[in-house]
Design a protein around this ligand. Structure first.
Ligand code: C6P
Length: 639
């Protein structure tokens, strides 16, 4: 059983095969990605035999076979290899009729309408003159009315293309580990990604550009490493290869290498469903909210308030009115410092923060302390990066007004015992703000269980757009807090003499908010809720264990932050090599990590460092990507 995966929205029309029973489609009428992948594998496996030799007879369309994609074999590293379409799989018993139907479906689901035109263009670019008559004749015919895939013509076109560009390597299929099939000779395993790539490479050659970074469409023909398919206690499977298909950005090359996105602590990538939600909002519902008695205003308001309710459920808040939308964690913390802080902090009062804080949970309090005459106190951390709880308890006293703590260190990955720390703070009558920026994407969060008074996070670290974030505050505290910014939406009544403010959350959302990105945040929450936060947590735990084990074996590599309870942030230094240099070397290989102080300079200072290299993993990362990271790191020497 697989986890209930969000449907992938295909974008290329709705061609249907009338004559063949097809796998079930989702609500959208499109196939789910796994069915499409299966179909693609079957189709391309069968094409060279079935169409260029004799088509098997019989009317049975053999669609029953769909779903029985050949299993990838494991290689020596424990990773599975790639089941390349059309190379070695046994000939399928698909009839020509069935193949044609499938071809139509595949074409409509996955082939951009202008593929043929692109190929034609590619020829035109290779040859300064227009393609010859024979070449043009071999190119697939472009017909808006016909949805038929001219297999032979495409094959021929691709062969000609390959023939003219000898160095083309049809490897690096998006979203998969690399397997380089032999250079095509007489019969090509017809694969649309190969054609796409051929086109891209042809264009690169024609323009004499040394590197061509062509965004790859999210076509999925291969079955990626099975090692990533983690069995869950429920008996379900956390199928990373399927999940990766939902993230179009992951399927591209950087410097000729597949992108390996290990900078998730800085920001996460967005699933297609989030991208679609944004686009759909602007296509269909865009309007200002809370104003105007018209249909779009009502729709936009519903969508925005619906997103607030999703956030409420996601973090276990008691009421949607406790959820305030902000630009991100930084703005949310500033809001608290400048409203609650200015009201309640007096000279000599104490603000307690930890050494693990991001600058966003230091600087606003420092500013407040300078303004009010309050004192900052700092909780120390151990060599492994854990909060020293006894010292923490010892710091608290009658003047402690607020404790600001991160739930997860962005620099080290340490999980901080925020529930226990909140209980201790409350015993001293202090208010607690938890910075959840690095927590919400890695573990289930329940603010009522934590018991904190404020909780903040940023949408962009949760697979949602930038520019949207959340401040949770307990209802009573929000009611007692003065507003922050003044303007429209946050008022009930205005005269020149005085203004009566709205109730929370409107009181803290002056002006037109970021409506579309809030809707995008709601879509991101839907997406990860479908995956299951506990499943994500479990998968990432395994991945982190694997990463730590592999990285620790690299000579000269020192892990920074070795707390037993940590998320998938793995900081390290490599000998005396400047961390920026390591980061740049990895970037050349298509591996994105952050290298530097991570906006957590006090944490770095604790370890007498100015920075670390920080790969940070998300649920769409794989062991194979970690292997590649390790391979590159092993080649780095001080220069
Ligand atoms: N950390 C990182 O690479 P904003 O920028 O407002 O979305 O989030 C600020 C922030 C606050 N707290 C923690 C724990 C954070 O990690 C961050 C953002 C990114 O580590 C960008 S500096």
């Amino acid at each position: 059983m697989t986890i209930n995966m969000p449907a992938h929205n295909g974008k290329n029309g709705h061609g249907t095969a009338q004559d063949v029973p097809l796998p079930p489609t989702g609500d959208s009428g499109m196939f789910d990605p796994i069915s499409v992948e299966s179909m693609a594998n079957q189709f391309y496996t069968a094409v060279p035999n079935a169409l260029s030799v004799a088509a098997p007879t019989g009317t049975q369309p053999a669609i029953d076979n769909i779903g029985t994609v050949p299993q990838p074999e494991r290689n020596s590293s424990g990773m599975s290899g790639v089941a390349l379409v059309g190379n070695s799989a046994p000939a399928s018993a698909l009839s020509e009729e069935a193949l044609t139907a499938m071809a139509k479906q595949l074409r409509s689901q996955m082939v951009p309408a202008n593929l043929e035109a692109n190929l034609f263009q590619a020829f035109a670019q290779i040859k300064p003159a227009a393609p010859s008559q024979e070449t043009a004749a071999a190119l697939p015919t472009t017909s808006a009315s016909s949805n038929a895939l001219n297999v032979e013509a495409l094959k021929e076109a691709a062969q000609q293309l390959y023939a003219q560009i000898p160095q083309i390597s049809p490897s690096g299929i998006p979203g998969n580990s690399i397997a380089t099939p032999p250079k095509p000779t007489s019969i090509l395993p017809l694969s649309e990604p190969d054609l796409q790539r051929a086109f891209a490479d042809a264009g690169a050659q024609a323009s004499h550009s040394p590197v061509r970074e062509t965004p790859q469409p999210s076509f999925y023909f291969l079955s990626p490493p099975a090692v990533e398919n983690l069995g869950l206690e429920s008996g379900a499977v956390f199928d990373v290869s399927a999940i990766r298909k939902d993230f179009p950005i992951l399927h591209q090359k950087i410097n000729g290498k597949p992108l390996i996105w290990l900078d998730n602590a800085a920001t996460t990538q967005k699933p297609q469903s989030v991208i679609d939600a944004l686009s759909l909002f602007y296509q269909r519902d865009n309007s200002n909210i809370h104003r105007g008695a018209h249909t779009l205003a009502a729709r936009a308001t519903d969508a925005y308030e619906g997103a607030r309710e999703k956030v409420q459920r996601f973090i276990g808040a008691g009421s949607a009115s406790e959820i305030i939308f902000a630009r991100g964690t930084t703005e949310a913390i500033n809001l608290v410092a400048q409203t609650w802080g200015r009201k309640y902090i007096q000279p000599g009062d104490e603000i307690v923060l930890s050494t693990l804080e991001h600058h966003a949970n230091i600087v606003p309090w420092q500013m407040l302390a300078q303004e009010t005459g309050a004192i900052l106190k700092v909780i120390p951390v151990s060599d492994s990066g854990e909060i020293m709880l006894e010292e923490y308890a010892g710091l608290l006293g009658p003047r402690t007004r607020i404790v600001g703590i991160t739930q997860v260190s962005n620099a080290l990955g340490t999980i901080v015992p925020v529930r226990e720390m909140t209980q201790i703070a409350h015993r001293h009558g202090a208010v607690v703000l938890v910075d959840g920026a690095q927590a919400v994407s890695h573990m289930p969060v329940n603010v009522q269980e934590i018991g904190c008074d404020f909780y903040t996070f940023s949408g962009h670290k949760l697979f949602a757009p930038t520019g949207i974030g959340v401040l949770y505050g307990k209802r009573q505290i929000l009611e007692d807090m003065p507003p922050w910014q003044g303007g429209g939406s946050m008022i009930r009544h205005v005269t020149f003499e005085r203004t009566i403010y709205s109730d929370p959350p409107a009181k803290f959302e002056a002006g037109t908010p970021n409506i579309a990105d809030a809707v995008g945040l709601g879509a991101a929450i839907d997406y990860i809720t479908r995956l299951g936060m506990s499943n994500i947590e479990r998968y990432e735990h395994k991945l982190t264990e694997y990463a730590i084990e592999r990285l620790a074996q690299i000579p000269g590599l020192r892990l920074i932050g070795t707390a037993p309870h940590k998320v998938s942030v793995v900081s390290f230094i490599l000998d005396d090599i400047p961390v920026e240099q390591v980061g740049q070397r990895l970037a050349r290989e298509g591996i994105a990590v952050r290298a530097g102080h991570h906006c957590a300079q006090p944490t770095m200072q604790r370890y007498n460092l100015t920075g670390t290299v920080r790969p940070s993993l998300a649920f769409y990362n794989t062991c194979h990507e970690i292997d590649t990271l390790v391979e590159v790191l092993r080649t780095i020497r001080f220069r």
